[in-house]
Design a protein around this ligand. Sequence first.
Ligand SMILES: [Zn+2]
Length: 201
Amino acid sequence: MVFVLAALPVQAAPSRSAPPDELIAVEPAIPDAVFDIRYATTNNFMGEVMYPSATCLLRRAVVERLSRAADLLRAQGRRLLIWDCYRPLSIQKKLWEKVKDPKYVANPKTGSRHNRGAAIDLAVVDKDGQPVTLPTEFDDFSKRAHRKRALKGEQGVEAKRLETAMKEAGFVPMATEWWHFDAPEAHDYKISDQPLQDAPQ
Ligand SMILES: [Zn+2]
């Protein structure tokens, strides 16, 4: 009788793949992006510094999507201009305490997709990092910032370019803010209060 030893299945190396819901820094993934994190400055609608550091974090899977949008835009001579990313819930509460108007700030009871690390506020600059024509300033809460209006005509060309790339990468545009995009799986991620300054870089 001949015994044939069945070949043992090759042991797969232990998976080192990082969890898709980890909050990671965007900068190393998209090194040519321009970061102007407005809530870390006084140049925001409140005129107050709200973030302890100018840090842009998003869930790993969201960063991967954003990287794809950046590639599409780079091929058109554009770079990302990033205004806001993940926002800790405790800062959302501070914003809410000061403003208490859902037109401007999401109520921390329900939270914002920014608190889930799955929303981003952004525009584009040219390949040299110089400004291009945008429909409005960041956090212009007027109807001029509504997507239908903002993307029209000559002043809407760059915002339209951004929207096309972001949609191609799978993001969902917000109707009332031309600069805001959500990851489609945003609600799979928990609302977080991981501090910005302690985040992995
Ligand atoms: Zn936003």
